[in-house]
Write a protein that binds this ligand. Structure first.
Ligand code: AMP
Length: 191
């Protein structure tokens, strides 16, 4: 199995690249952000709770997020592997993901981090906000808070997997195809 963490700040292109990777490697794409948006769209109890945090650019509590992620993994046991997009977002979530995969006799194969600078991110997200319908993509102060949360809480996840030599930094600037090729080179190197 390939268990890939697609990592990087908001707006670094994880969703775009995940779509292409799914096609090539037939993996299941699990985006916690997408799962939350689905719940919010259906006004579920989980969605309403998550909205309190997402609207401010803060992380949804681990108890809610990890339960939702685990349900998705458990519901899809027979896949070629997973692309985790937007999870784990702190070290506690990394430990939970390792446990969830351990229970299946699996582990994280690689973490690929898309490297994009802050000003490019703000530009990309504001641009995406014109069509995404996401309120957290339209307000520059919320975007800057998401970047700050990424730096303080999420970047330690890179170091967590670097301890077992699984973390790789990928240049996230270039055309979609160029970045895709960089990611594929790392994934193909796993075998
Ligand atoms: P994303 O689509 O990955 O940018 O996620 C949008 C928002 O959903 C984030 O800004 C967080 O508020 C929330 N979110 C997504 N994934 C997580 C996670 N793993 N842990 C906590 N909050 C999350």
């Amino acid at each position: 199995m390939i268990n890939l963490i697609l990592f990087g700040p908001p707006g670094s292109g994880k969703g775009t690249q995940a779509e292409k990777l799914v096609e090539k490697y037939k993996l299941l794409h699990i985006s916690t952000g997408d799962l939350f948006r689905y719940e919010m769209g259906n006004d579920t109890e989980l969605g309403l709770k998550a909205k309190e945090y997402i609207s401010k650019g803060e992380l949804v509590p681990d108890s809610i997020t990890t339960g939702m992620l685990k349900n998705k993994v458990v519901a899809n046991p027979d896949v070629a592997g997973y692309i985790f997009d937007g999870y784990p977002r702190n070290v506690n979530q990394s430990e939970s993901l390792d446990e969830i995969l351990n229970e299946k006799g699996e582990s994280v194969s690689i973490l690929l981090s898309l490297d994009v600078d802050d000003e490019e991110i703000v530009k990309r997200i504001l641009n995406r906000g014109k069509t995404s319908g996401r309120s957290d993509d339209n307000d520059e102060s919320i975007i800057r808070n998401r970047i700050a949360v990424y730096k303080s809480e999420t970047t330690p996840v890179f170091d967590f997997y670097a301890k077992s030599n699984k973390s790789k930094m990928i240049n996230g600037i270039g055309s979609i195809e160029e970045i895709f090729d960089r990611l594929c080179a790392e994934i193909d190197g796993l075998n």
